[in-house]
Every structure is written in C-alpha cells, then in structure tokens.
Write a protein that binds this ligand. Structure first.
Ligand SMILES: Cc1cc2nc3c(=O)[nH]c(=O)nc-3n(C[C@H](O)[C@H](O)[C@H](O)COP(=O)(O)OP(=O)(O)OC[C@H]3O[C@@H](n4cnc5c(N)ncnc54)[C@H](O)[C@@H]3O)c2cc1C
Length: 402
C-alpha cells in the first residue's frame, strides 16, 4: 500500500546498514537520493522506481503515494513561500498543501520558493517548483516584480501564502495591492468555493467567496498529502536587486552576542560539565552560542540569560549539542524546536539520549577536548587570541550574572 513517508522532526536521521545514525537534512531524505536538476530549463521529476541509482539507495527508497494527476493542465494555482535553511517550515508546507488539495485534475500546482529548498518538491504536492535564490539585500520590490512576472505568465486562479508577518505575509499584501486583487488574511478554513477568517477575537468566523489571494493562518491545512505532485524543478536566475532600499550590509555578530533564540548552533552545558574552560574553548572554536541547563545556572556557572528550558529560553537551533544534560522535561521543553540534537552523556539511559538524534556515551570533558582538537585540526589554525579572551569574559559575565 502506498503511504506518505513522514520523517519525524524529532528523529531526522536514517539508520545505516552498519547501525550508525546518519542525520538527514530534509523531508524524505530526498537531498541524498533525488536527481539534481539540470539547467537551464525544466527537468523531469526524479524517477524513484529507476534502477539507475545505486542498489543501496534503491533498496531504501520507500513506496510513493500516487501522483495527484496526469491530466494535461489547463489552469493553475500558485503557492509562494520562503525557504528556511534549505527547508520549508510547516506553515510554508501547509500553503503548498492548500493549493494541492484544492487543485482539480486539470490544474497544475506551481510553487515558488524564495531562498533555498533542497527537499522533495513532489512530496510537497508541487507540480512545478521554482527556487529563486534569496538576495542578500532586503529587496521586497525585486521579489514582487519576479512574482508579478510569474503570475502574468502562469495566470494562476488563486495564490496561497503563509500569513506570517515577514516575509510571506508582507509579500502577499504587497501583491494584493499591486494586482488590486481581493485578499483574505488569516484564513483558518477553506474549500474550493470559500474561505473563512476569524472574526471578533476568534469567537466567530466570516466565510466569503474564495478570493484570488489567500494568506493562511498556521494550522489551516493538513500538510500530509495522500498524493504527490510531479515535482518538476524549474531553474531561475537570482533576483535583480535594484532595490529602492539601501543595503547597509550585514554585521556578523560574535556568537556570544547572538540571542540564544536566534542562534543556529548552540553548545549547552549541564551539571555534567565541570571543565568550563574547555567547554567555552569549544564553543568559541565552533562559533556557537552558549546555553545551559538550570542546575549550572543556579549554582553560578552560567548566566541566568543562558538558561534553556521551561523557565528559561526556547531555542530553535539547527544543531544543539548538549553536554552533560540529563534531559529533564523542563529542559526538553526549551529545545523542542531544535532540528538536530546531539547528546553527550556518560549515562546511556538519560532521557536526553532518547530525544537526541545522535548520542555520544562518554565523559563530557573527553568529548569536548577531542572535538576541539578536531575542529582546530580541520581549520588548520590554533584558537585566535580574541576567542581566548572572549571566552574568559563569558565566564566572568556568567559568574557575575550568577
Ligand atoms: C518549575 C521548574 C522549572 C524548571 N525549569 C528548568 C529550565 O528551564 N531548564 C532546565 O534545564 N531545568 C529546569 N528545571 C530543572 C530540571 O528539572 C532539572 O533539574 C535540570 O534540568 C537538570 O539539569 P542537568 O540535567 O544539567 O543536571 P543533572 O540532573 O544533575 O544531570 C546531569 C547529567 O549529566 C551527566 N553527567 C554527569 N557527569 C558527566 C560527565 N563527566 N560526562 C558525561 N555526562 C555526565 C549525568 O549522567 C546526568 O545525566 C526546572 C525545574 C522545575 C521544578
């Protein structure tokens, strides 16, 4: 039976034949097995039944749900989203799913992603996928111009975007103004004829005829589709950014200054970390932000502002390295949005090991030292002086706050 293959956000790994867990970026692990798009024009969808891929990958390719339609398209729907570190978040996937679920047999579902997306377009429900690399500059006008050109070419009947503040919600409102089209924001329910939006603080909802532009509230649509789209990738040139906005450049903050909630890489210490110097040296070498569980915060080893958990901060790093943290439920609450959790603990039965995507059962100090040596070796440099002094000042700051 065909089943939609789902990868748990909490377990984004594959088990290799020799039993090693290998972290996989992207839904369905398609980044490893799909055929890379050939430029410049349209490419065929990845043929998952093909025997041309290695036996190893063929053996592990799961059965796919059926194609939504094979009928020639006479009309289209469009979903517009932004990628987040090469993936689409759940809200973005819901916007694509909305288009796919409302599409009729003769309707093509076009998906436009600003930024990067290296996942499986077909599994999202997309018949065509255009990925436009995000310009470094803030350029909403350039995005709007690209979108208007695409709309005038494909003439989609409806356009779906996630209703977030930035960047999709903003783009959707700009689009409505530019096209002078009707728009429904905060859509909580929709079908082929109508859309419902909340009214009176959510106590009531208003239903109206389906407008051309739909900005969807989170959770309006179930992103798990019982079918796949054709997943044809269309190459696109980067945006021309003759923006009316002046780009003042990007300031790269030292990791210590990055708010924990925004950090992409966090090394976090629990009660099992005693060698603070080694721990901070590793954080500096990795360029990671530093977090901590409550116990070492309570006893003054780290600042209160570094505490992660129910009574601390909620973080959403791509990688969260937890050194000597048991994984009490209050701590797990703070890391539920992290993509990859790596636990270092000498107790294999610690709850964090169950939550982790990768675990190292060993002494924190030994692992930190070994990792530091590998990082320095890989970079071919010894730790710069500024980093040494920076980490000394972290510790001082931590002690002062504690
Ligand atoms: C109302 C309330 C709110 C709370 N809020 C939070 C919160 O926001 N954040 C939070 O983190 N906690 C919070 N807690 C506390 C939480 O319940 C735990 O007590 C705390 O998270 C435990 O921290 P820990 O895992 O670092 O320490 P421990 O429980 O002491 O665990 C240390 C871990 O390190 C391992 N270890 C020890 N030495 C080594 C070594 N040398 N090498 C490798 N591993 C080693 C041990 O095996 C153990 O698993 C809260 C508690 C309450 C009641």
């Amino acid at each position: 039976m065909n089943r939609l293959r789902r990868r748990s956000a909490r377990r984004p790994y594959e088990q290799t034949q020799d039993g090693v867990r290998r972290i996989v970026l992207g839904a369905g692990g398609s980044g490893r097995f799909s055929t890379p798009p050939t430029s410049p024009a349209r490419t065929a969808p990845a043929d998952t039944s093909s025997s041309s891929s290695s036996l190893h990958s063929a053996a592990r390719t799961p059965s796919r749900p059926p194609l939504r339609t094979t009928a020639p398209a006479t009309r289209s729907l469009l979903a517009v989203v932004h990628g987040d570190r090469g993936q689409l978040d759940s809200h973005a996937r819901q916007a694509v799913a909305a288009a796919a679920l409302l599409a009729l047999r003769d309707t093509a579902v076009h998906v436009l992603v600003f930024g990067a997306f290296d996942g499986d377009a077909a599994a999202l429900g997309a018949d065509t996928l255009t990925v436009v690399p995000e310009p470094l500059a803030y350029a909403p006008d350039a995005k709007l111009a690209f979108l208007l050109a695409l709309i005038s070419r494909e003439r989609p009947e409806h356009i779906f975007l996630p209703d977030n503040a930035l960047p999709d919600g903003d783009l959707g409102r700009r689009l409505a103004a530019a096209l002078r089209e009707t728009v429904a924001a905060g859509v909580i329910e929709l079908n082929r004829d109508s859309a419902a939006t909340p009214y009176q603080a959510g106590i009531q909802s208003l239903r109206r005829a389906l407008p051309r532009i739909l900005l969807l509230a989170p959770g309006a649509v179930d992103e798990r589709l019982p079918f796949v789209g054709q997943g044809v990738r269309i190459s696109a040139l980067p945006l021309q950014t003759s923006s009316v906005f002046r780009d003042l450049g990007t300031r790269v903050l030292p990791p210590a200054e990055v708010a924990l909630e925004e950090a992409d890489l966090i090394v976090s210490a629990g009660n099992g970390v005693r060698d603070l110097d080694g721990f901070h040296a590793l954080a500096d070498a990795l360029g990671a932000a530093v977090g901590a569980s409550r116990v070492p915060v309570d006893d003054g080893r780290f600042a209160r502002s570094q505490q992660i958990g129910a009574t601390g901060k909620t973080v959403s790093a791509s990688a969260y390295l937890a050194f000597g943290i048991s994984g009490a439920v209050q701590h797990l609450q703070g890391i539920k949005h992290c993509r990859h959790v790596i636990a270092i603990n000498r107790d294999a039965s610690a709850p964090l090991i169950r939550r982790a995507d990768l675990s190292i059962i060993d002494d924190t100090q030994r692992v930190a030292q070994a990792l530091l040596a590998r990082v320095r070796e890989a970079r071919g440099v010894s730790l710069p002086r500024e980093a040494e002094s920076a980490h000394t000042s972290h510790q001082e700051k931590g002690r002062r706050h504690g």
